[in-house]
Ligand binder design. Structure first.
Ligand SMILES: O=C(O)c1cc(=O)[nH]c(=O)n1[C@@H]1O[C@H](COP(=O)(O)O)[C@@H](O)[C@H]1O
Length: 289
């Protein structure tokens, strides 16, 4: 069975994302590398800030890492800024990364009313779509329930969601730690709703939370959502793999630590990218075991 397994639930039934991710984490280690083609990185790699540069950058990251890291996470914004030709590069990047064995989390942070979420789900979570990805980052700030069409499409297509809960940036606090009608913080409500969605899933639910590695002690929050915890903020934003046990406590085994610029700055040399990802992966293993 590859990372893109299709038949664990019986012929024609896609294997759930959570199960595929758990296997990838166990065999490759849990690291996620973000593909964020900033203009400054294109320049640093000796590439032009144009569609050809974008394509070369993306192909290099995929060639260097898709056969070894559990997850690659392209950031849609850096492709969208080139219009339809940039989105075409994003499509090829997703396809090539998946063919090479990585799971792809599309970082597009979509979130809207339910009827519009249906269309976002068709774009990213329908296996027939050119942008189909193993999982999608989504925003719950139009209400967790508004994400239901995406959750249903993900379940039907063997894909997953990563719902913003406690983001890595300092500005997130005012929204995410605000206390809602029931007396819980917004983030605690998101986490509780994820736990409900993932109840009974084995070995891991398909509905994850985004929880920044930069946030320090999170013991006030119940991170036991029976789903993956995508943890950006390692590298350029200042968190390190050594921070993970203190931030995530007992949930650390379900953490997918995510690094973008911290790895990408070692390109365009493929060996440089591989060595950097391997060093992060080793540091994660040392911190978590
Ligand atoms: O959903 C995300 O991936 C995400 C959530 C979050 O809370 N913080 C965060 O930085 N991210 C994304 O993770 C990546 C971080 O990039 P680096 O700071 O270069 O490692 C960017 O693509 C961000 O958009």
């Amino acid at each position: 069975m590859t990372a893109q397994g299709t038949a664990a639930g019986g012929f024609g039934v896609p294997e759930p994302f959570g199960a595929r991710l758990r296997r990838a984490m166990d065999t490759r280690g849990p690291l996620c590398v973000g593909i964020d083609p900033h203009a400054s990185l294109l320049h640093a790699w000796g590439l032009a800030d144009d569609v050809a540069g974008l394509e070369r950058f993306s192909r290099t990251v995929v060639a260097a890492l898709a056969d070894r890291v559990a997850v690659l996470k392209p950031q849609s914004a850096f492709y969208e800024r080139f219009g339809s030709r940039g989105v075409a590069v994003l499509e090829r990047t997703v396809t090539e990364a998946r063919e090479a064995g990585a799971l792809v989390v599309m970082d597009a942070k979509r979130g809207d009313i339910g009827s519009t979420m249906d269309a976002y789900a068709a774009a990213y979570l329908d296996p027939g779509s050119p942008l189909f990805s193993d999982a999608l980052t989504v925003s719950p700030y139009l209400g967790f329930g508004a994400l239901a069409p995406a959750a249903e499409a993900a379940a039907a297509g063997g894909a997953g969601l990563f719902v913003l809960a406690l983001t890595s940036n300092p500005e997130g606090r005012e929204v995410q730690r605000a206390v809602g009608e029931g007396g819980s913080t917004v983030a605690a409500t998101v986490l509780r709703r994820l736990a409900e969605r993932n109840a009974g899933a084995e070995p891991l639910g398909s509905f994850g939370a985004v929880v920044g590695a930069t946030l320090g002690d999170l013991s006030a929050f119940d991170l036991a959502v029976n789903g993956p915890l995508l943890a950006p903020g390692i590298g350029a934003q200042g968190a390190t793999p050594a921070d993970l046990p203190a931030v995530f406590g007992d949930a650390v085994g379900n953490v997918v630590p995510s690094v973008s610029r911290g790895v990408l700055r070692h390109g365009p040399d493929e060996t440089g990218l591989r060595n950097s990802a391997a060093a992060f992966a080793d540091a994660v293993r040392a911190a978590v075991t």
